[in-house]
Design a protein around this ligand. Sequence first.
Ligand code: SF4
Ligand code: SF4
Length: 381
Amino acid sequence: MAEIPVRLGNFAGDDIDLTSAEAGPKGTTTLSARRLPLADARYQTRVLESLDLSHAPSDGRFEKAVETSGLAPLRPSKLEIFQINVGKLCNMTCRHCHVDSGPDRIEENMDKETINACLRALDKTEAHTVDITGGAPELNPHFAYLVEECVKRGKHIIDRCNLTVLLLPRFRELPQWLAQRKVELVCSLPHYRRRNTDAQRGKGTFERSIEALKRLNRVGYGSGDPDRRLTLMTNPVGAYLSGSQASMEREWKEHLSTKHGVRFDRLITINNMPISRFLEWLEESGNLQSYMELLVNSFNPATVPGLMCRNTLSVSWDGKVYDCDFNQMLELESVASDGKRPTVYDFDPAGFANRDIVTARHCFGCTAGAGSSCGGAIEGD
Ligand code: SF4
Ligand code: SF4
């Protein structure tokens, strides 16, 4: 495969108006643009805490539920994954988005100085994987720089890609560029049926996603090569839990291959977290109480050892450090052993390793059923 000459940052550009339908389907608009109370993270936490779950197991208190696993208080294991959320800018506005991303989120994007601080913090850890997320992380003007720096450090790199972004003219060469750097792509696709995917992400998403997958297949992604790993990530299109990851993967592979000629390597399933725009949908559809009861009633203590907050840290666009991406969205910062809230600018791995993880009711989304994390189900089936 011929090397593409890449100027750092040359994927940035204003070739297309991100607010346009041409740039990406729009299932809704951001809570932030609508100035809704739910745009405030603290308000979201209050909504969840105000639900009456006293009749549910552990009184609906996550800390009490964790005690049944024998792992309370929840503490970290070895740090393996350094997750960087480079910003909230996105070419789409999906209805279930837990980040409240969209084309209007232009303020919340990581600058070069913070990216360099992330790299310095990363160098103090033994994390083997850098997980780059957003928004659509590729839209950050320093995305290519960040990837190159992680390649130099020999890290396994994950790009959490929404697929449709790859159709923007400025990203025509991005699939091959990523393939040459052995970046794993974890791509969101709610369902292999057009109707289900478009209902959640906006009309036209499915068709564009299939076109993007074909482009990835053409440069070697999805054919079993560990250096070109293509992972699809699915979440339920409704107020229910993810199904069996293994049997869904078989079903998806069969359907996408025979109907659309598309290949991928593995499927991971993730539960929808009751926060941000999915929380809005739960409220509007009258499903909030029953969904929270479902999560609490489905608490599975066997998932607790594998929770992603135990082996991952999550950095926000402004350099703050969190126990996971969901806590980041609720602005529940990590608290190090000295009581301080760490940032990438003053990151101390020892103090971070010796902390209690911050939890609240939304955490039941990670422990329900087979469990759920950015790596998919926690318990195999
Ligand atoms: S779910 Fe992903 S693709 Fe959709 S708006 Fe949020 S960040 Fe963008
Ligand atoms: S939401 Fe975060 S802190 Fe809570 S259980 Fe899940 S991964 Fe851990």
